[in-house]
Design a protein around this ligand. Sequence first.
Ligand SMILES: Cc1cc2nc3c(=O)[nH]c(=O)nc-3n(C[C@H](O)[C@H](O)[C@H](O)COP(=O)(O)OP(=O)(O)OC[C@H]3O[C@@H](n4cnc5c(N)ncnc54)[C@H](O)[C@@H]3O)c2cc1C
Length: 466
Amino acid sequence: MSPPISLWMDRLDPPLRPRPALQGCLEVDVAIIGAGYTGLWTAYYLKCQAPELRIAVVEAEYAGFGASGRNGGWLMGGLLGDERLLAGLPAEQRRAAFDLLHGIPDEVASVLLREDIACDYRKGGVLYCAARYPEQERRLRAWLDSLHGQGLSEADYRWLPPDELGQQLRINNPLGAIHSPHCATIQPARLVRGLAQTVERLGVQLFEQSRVSHWQPGLLRTAQGELRADWVVPAVEGYAAELPLLRRYQLPVQSLLLATEPLSSSQWDAIGLERGQAFSEFSRQVTYGQRSADDRLVFGARGGYRFAGKLRQDFNLNAEEIGLRRYLFGELFPQLRNTRISHGWGGNLGMARRFQPHMLLDRANRIALAGGYGGEGVGASNLGGRTLAELILGRSSQLTAQPWVLGERPLSALKAWEPEPCRWLGYNAIVRSFVHEDRILANPHSPAWRRALAGKLADFMEGLMR
Ligand SMILES: Cc1cc2nc3c(=O)[nH]c(=O)nc-3n(C[C@H](O)[C@H](O)[C@H](O)COP(=O)(O)OP(=O)(O)OC[C@H]3O[C@@H](n4cnc5c(N)ncnc54)[C@H](O)[C@@H]3O)c2cc1C
């Protein structure tokens, strides 16, 4: 077998052995393409509520091969763009929707307990830190005001001045942080592999090494088999770029991570994160991390997009990719600048054109799908699976009455990405403005006018994403 695709897959115990492929013809009620969190959570909640359903999951490689086995392990009680999605709702309904989102980590924890899935779940909350330049503090405080303006409380999001932040995380040059309790950290591969075992135990058929080469309503084909199904659930997220009918709706973005070798207890005493807190540094491009259960610093930053939505297959990171991430975490933890990196990897994630997730049921074609989570799909996919189960079973509930649920609409209700070269130009223009801003702001000698100009340009470009 090829080398492990992530630290997490490398640490599986026992090591991974792919299940057999789909052979011949099979008829089921629900056919799911892709054994990542979305596909498996959908299978799980369907089977729990309707055990009589015949469900098959067909996976190109093995469960967890995609982003679900590679991510940074932040299990967030929220969705990409949730504030924007909920802003128009009446206050009471908005609060209830936020409570639903905040409840995601607890919902996952209850399944882990019930199904005996061990994945190093720790609900230590999250720290959004200002450290590298003062503009981060200003932006964080503005974000906090906007969260409170939406009716969220100090119990949800609270400002920590540097001394309070220091009780949880000791970073270089701390300026303050927002703390939220609505986040857990996990070992991603253990979660996805545990879910795969769980759904199999419940009677779901799981075929690995079975790439779907053709699909249409009611039917999907692999090299050696065929599935006929009442419902089809394509759950391929970043890989939609390679699947007919879906590629216009998802932009594959590459995200990269590093892990250090396990750090000593004295090194961790100097850093903190005793309770498995997730942390991020509040620059415009994602920069985030966690302390793994085996005491590594796992750190991810920034992404990439390839012309025409080409997926990246080889995630052996080059010296420049490692160097940039090393530089960024070295800014926060100078004492770790020379620490050995044991793993570097990455994956493809899916970004929807509206920069927010969607859940949809196309009843005429009997297709159900959830995705577009951006880099925030670990928790969102649990919500997606729960919601798709309700939609497929024809139930209405609080889950199905949310603004990210497009309800009973055709696939074309999703907003399509612009054709190339617009996407590539747009993506790169936005990212370059962010990188430029970060470089100017990280330099303490940059004059005020340059700082302001770089910020305004990045604000403008960020606005184009809305
Ligand atoms: C490096 C990285 C870090 C991330 N960090 C975080 C984080 O810390 N927190 C967070 O919330 N989110 C994070 N994300 C995003 C999160 O991991 C994803 O949103 C989530 O895992 C998506 O799950 P999924 O099941 O929808 O897709 P995936 O896990 O990508 O699963 C899709 C599956 O479909 C399979 N497939 C594709 N094509 C076919 C085909 N033709 N036939 C059959 N099978 C097919 C793939 O092999 C894959 O296994 C990160 C993503 C990446 C890449």
